[in-house]
Design a protein around this ligand. Structure first.
Ligand SMILES: [Zn+2]
Length: 496
């Protein structure tokens, strides 16, 4: 099918999508899962190979302990139950980038099961705004090699194979078919990636293939219990494209069903250029993988002691951290959300907030002054010219009234222009201070008091909050340059 029949919003609303996701995450071990070859990305093709990962006769796999630890850590972070005994199995199929003719994976006894991720969903439809997406299983397996279809002189009629990736450890994370919209799928992937990044077991770099996602999708008339026939969309390389591919598939399925046709169970590829999916191979003709237990590996035993040791090394996870930051530093949910996007950012915020006079102001500065400037220059937080110590120092200067908000903005601009930290720029500019000269302020205050007799009367009659009105007027007249504390002092004196 080359194009999507246009599906009206009415029709779309009559069907319910059912989505399940399979995510492969490459584990950040230095060596491969069953041999000591390096896992480094970008090395010359076929330079990191040995008899084991090439599948030469007689070579025997030896399990990488670190890969197991990383997979268990990920599984724990995803609230899975760890199976004390799991079994490696051979998944047999033929493909040019699979030299052994089978992949060592796990089948009926996976490393971990029964996990979940809480995702944010529309609060108007779901009270509390949270939904649990089940994780069926997390298992360990080895990666296959890579087929290179372009980049060589004879690429038009030949495919090159790079086996550096063969045997790189993967955790496959299979969700329950619990998602009901492409948005939920997007949210699930975002949260999953965030959690995995916090655990530090993978860099989740989609461009380098360290996070890959296959999506299973079907539709059914709302109210129907049975699932419809599903299709699988494979190898989509961004979350945004996965969402688009799912949107496309939902409309395609509905169009076929409404037209009296039948969905073919098959694997499809998404062409991001055209925004369409194309059939790749029919599942009905797909291989029977003839799984059987891997005879060269013992059952994997992760006993209670080992589990406890891994659990002890689990970092605080994003959701828990958000809740704690809000409580501890009095910041808003929105601030907490932004500040916990990466573990590094959260760590930096906390170290800054701990030393600051007012943590809320630090959160505010990061959100309003730092992230915006970074984004405008296409920089990551790690590349920021202003360190968190610089943010703290500047927040304290504003807090004490030494500099104004406007002055801080100007100093931040200079930091970004010069690529220098706040302390250096503040010194270079001669430690600027907002004016403590009260004569101009007093003049402004006198004028205001004369021009607003009604407000003055209210203030003197006991409505002390009226001071805010006067402070606001003075700040406005000084174009934000005045020191609010000083303004307050002068006005209190004059009005009293
Ligand atoms: Zn090897």
């Amino acid at each position: 099918m080359a194009s999507t029949p246009a599906v009206s919003a009415d029709l779309l609303a009559r069907y319910e999508p059912v989505i399940g996701l399979e995510v492969h995450v490459q584990l950040l071990t230095a060596s491969k899962i069953f041999c000591s070859c390096s896992t480094r990305f970008g090395d010359p093709p076929n330079s990191n190979v040995c008899p084991v990962c090439l599948g030469l006769p007689g070579a025997l796999p030896v399990l990488n302990r670190k890969a197991v630890e990383f997979a268990v850590r990920a599984a724990m972070a995803l609230e899975c139950r760890i199976n004390e005994v799991s079994i490696f199995a051979r998944k047999n199929y033929f493909y040019p980038d699979l030299p052994k003719g089978y992949q060592i994976s796990q089948y009926d006894k996976p490393l971990a099961e029964f996990g979940f991720i809480d995702i944010d969903v529309n609060e108007s439809k779901t009270p509390g705004g949270k939904k649990k997406i089940g994780i069926t299983r997390l298992h360990l397996e080895e990666d296959a090699g890579k087929s290179l279809h372009e980049g060589f002189a004879d690429s038009a009629h030949k495919t090159a194979i790079d086996l550096n990736r063969t045997g790189v450890p993967l955790a496959e994370i299979v969700s329950e078919p619990d998602m009901r919209s492409p948005d939920e799928a997007y949210e699930y992937l975002t949260r999953l990636k965030e959690i995995i990044l916090y655990t530090g077991v993978s860099d989740c770099n989609m461009e380098e293939g360290s996070l890959r996602c296959d999506a299973n999708i079907s539709v059914r008339p709302r109210g129907q219990k049975e699932f419809g026939t599903k299709t699988e969309v494979k190898n989509v390389n961004s979350f945004r494209f996965i969402k688009q591919a799912l949107e496309y598939e939902i409309e395609r399925h509905i169009g076929i069903i409404e037209g009296g046709g039948r969905i073919t169970q098959e694997t499809r590829l998404y062409n991001a250029h055209e925004g369409k999916t194309y059939g790749m191979r029919s599942k009905e003709q797909a291989h029977d993988y003839r799984y059987f237990p891997e005879p060269d590996l013992l059952p994997l035993v992760v006993d209670e002691k080992w589990q406890a040791a891994i659990r002890a090394g689990l970092p605080e996870l994003p959701e828990a951290r958000r809740r704690r930051l809000m409580k501890e530093y009095g910041i808003t949910a929105g601030d907490a959300h932004t500040l916990t996007l990466t573990r590094a950012m959260a760590d930096q915020f906390e170290s800054a907030a701990r030393g600051a006079k007012n943590p809320k102001r630090v959160a505010n500065l990061v959100q309003s002054e730092l992230l915006g400037r970074l984004k405008a220059q296409g920089l990551e937080l790690e590349q920021s010219p202003i360190s968190m110590a610089g943010v703290t120092a500047s927040a304290d200067l504003v807090e004490s009234g030494a500099i104004s908000g406007k002055m801080l903005k100007d100093l931040y601009d200079l930091c970004f222009e010069r690529g220098q930290d706040f302390a250096a720029v503040y010194e270079a500019e001669g430690r600027p201070e907002q004016s403590r000269d009260t004569s101009a302020l007093e003049k402004l205050a006198d004028e205001l008091i004369a021009a607003n007799p009604k407000q003055v009367e209210q203030y003197r009659a006991g409505k002390k909050t009226m001071i805010g009105f006067f402070v606001g007027q003075v700040m406005k007249a000084s174009k934000g340059q005045a020191n609010p504390q000083l303004v307050n002092e002068v006005l209190t004196k004059k009005l009293g």
